[in-house]
Write a protein that binds this ligand. Structure first.
Ligand SMILES: [Zn+2]
Length: 200
């Protein structure tokens, strides 16, 4: 995904001329830029329904298995502190195998949980799998917005879908079941094709 996402979203909302594309990367400045883009995108969406978005703080850890709110193998959202924790050792490995948007899918998924928190959905005792699939859908909605402003590169959508599928499981009985690979891949693509469907 291209770095100037935040700039892109801002320039579109301000009606400015599109920016010059840069090369894709999975590095600290680009992750920060995509985080800014996620802030801007969800800030705008929530503003339209009268909610002020408190941007989550994103922490990159060299390799953490635990966060303030529990274990994390890849990425984790802590609702109490509204923080996102990225396990860079794991994410770097995933990005190496799949591509940069594997990491951006994970980041966008965690942002999805922060959006759920703002909508009060985390207090409703919904099954984990429902929340997880919605977070995948919301990640897809963000990829769609990225596509609209021309910063999605060839392969990014596929990389996101592959990552969604790879992080699925068949652990139906487990309370932490996140959805099957098929369900997760579909939820992400549904969000991309029809962002409104994430809230139905
Ligand atoms: Zn999740």
């Amino acid at each position: 995904m291209k770095k100037q996402l935040a700039v892109g979203i801002l320039s579109v909302s301000l009606g400015l001329f599109p920016f010059q594309p840069l090369q894709a990367a999975w590095d600290t400045p680009t992750i920060a830029a995509i985080s800014d883009g996620l802030d801007a995108f969800w800030g705008g969406v929530l503003r339209r329904v009268g909610i002020r978005y408190s941007y989550p703080v994103v922490y990159s850890h060299d390799n953490v298995e635990s966060t303030p709110c529990g274990p994390s193998t890849l990425a984790h959202y802590c609702s109490g502190s509204n923080t996102i924790h990225l396990n860079m050792a794991q994410l770097d490995r995933l990005v190496h195998h799949i591509g940069d948007s594997a990491g951006y899918f994970a980041l966008a998924h965690e942002y999805g949980h922060s959006v759920q928190r703002h909508l009060g959905l985390l207090d409703k005792n919904l099954p984990i799998v429902v929340l997880e699939l919605q977070a995948d859908c919301l990640a897809g909605a963000f990829f769609a917005a990225s596509d609209q402003i021309g910063i999605l590169e060839p392969g990014d959508l596929k990389e996101g879908a592959i990552t969604a599928m790879m992080t699925g499981d068949y652990d139906y009985e487990h309370t932490n079941h996140h959805g099957t690979p098929q369900q997760r891949g579909r939820a992400f693509l549904n969000g991309f094709n029809d962002p409104q469907s994430c809230f139905k």
